[in-house]
Write a protein that binds this ligand. Sequence first.
Ligand code: CA
Ligand code: CA
Ligand code: CA
Length: 505
Amino acid sequence: MRFLLLCFIFVFSFSIKTQATCSDEDKVPGKLLVVTDGEISIAQGLSSKSGNIWKKISSKKNTLNSLSLNSKTVSSNSSVIYSVEGVRQDDLEKLDYVKSVQSDCYVDIQSNDSLFNFQSWYLSQVGFSNDSITPKREIVVAISDTGFDTNHRDLRDNLWINEAELNGQAGVDDDGNGFVDDIHGYDFADDDSNLQPSLSRDTDHGTHVAGLVSARFNNSEGITGISKNSVKLMMLKGFASNRNTTLGDLLQTIYYAVDNGAHIINASWGVEKTPQGAEVAAINYAVERGVVVVAAAGNSAVPASWVVPANIKNVITVGSLNSQDQLSTFSNYEDSNNIIDFVAPGGDGSQRRNEAVISTGYDGTYVSLRGTSMAAPIVSGALGFLMSQSNSLTAFQAVFILSNSSDNLSLAPYLQSNTETYQKINLENALDYLIANESDLPQINPEIDPVSGFGSRDLASSSSSGGCSGSLEPSSGSIDIAKIPLIIFLLFPLITAILFRKKQG
Ligand SMILES: [Ca+2]
Ligand SMILES: [Ca+2]
Ligand SMILES: [Ca+2]
């Protein structure tokens, strides 16, 4: 908080030099900030002014009530700042121990999450408001990823909890769902309940993605997730401790998420291929049950239609923007197959802007990464947040709203000239849209293609039709995909720009 205030003051002193006080609108009624030339003694008598309150702001906390204005300062070694209520400004200005008097002001951008300032570039870009807001219900977002620091102070209070396992016996599948001790999720790569990441080079990825969705909001710690505490995180580890990560393991995460109550699944991973039976079936399983799968578009600067699961019909696919609303240098892009549904901030490559997105890291740290892996959870968090603001909004209705309230950008891939229209999410507009239209939103029932992939924009957009055409690989399908060591090109940050790593003691 202190850090935030300092930054604010820094900006303030440069931008509004001539304006000593805030606008009338931003003034806090009846509250003044008073600088004295020392600490004030307790009143000699309470007769002259009663009902005033002096709350010390600088150094040690101290509150004085009903102070006599005839009080003298105890010492004049240093200035002391008080927040004062119940006294007129001109009465204060007459006092010999008062050095200055000013209005207190409401600060527009604020958070008590200490790293908020590092975050603000991308939060403001998607219309994130820092107002506290009460969710009408709790939404579950499943994070299908590399593994997690479930003890992270900025995550542990927002974890999904399987109560039967929490209150059950170790080593026993207490809820009979087929998985032993799955209290916060499961590790499908190692078939156990240990969710810790196992790859040394991938340790931060899952924790980072989870934090973007639902790091604890307003807990005086670290960062805030997009969903402002309205989302519980179901932690699903699908990546193995070596290169043998399989699509099969990752598809298991989707089934588990759907079967165990997730509303949204974030998949910040992919593999370059055309859709086939297994992955299409997994996505259809989710879609038929009203669960939205959000996938990263990929970081290879190629068409997003090359990547599973991004290219599967009804998957919500997310490309990456830099802070200037340009497609990130690395971001996969649209190639007229209507693959990319949304764009959101994900940083930029070092050849242009060298930007990254800060979030939670492994072992209680905070790290900055870039990639469409980071853009996707911003959309997942936005969808969860929208759903939490309504008692009945479905995940696909949330997609509909996000699509109809987004900002259209005409963008070309890095070093290319062919532009396409992309939809940048806008949380503020989305919430307004929900409030204005909640009673007459259409039912969104995505068309299920039982066989093939390709095409997704028809889902997110109210007007466009189809998008499901073209050269589909027939799903002849009985490849045992779980046995193939696929080269999952994790949509990893190309480079890990570590602003700092803050140990949590
Ligand atoms: Ca279980
Ligand atoms: Ca158990
Ligand atoms: Ca926080």
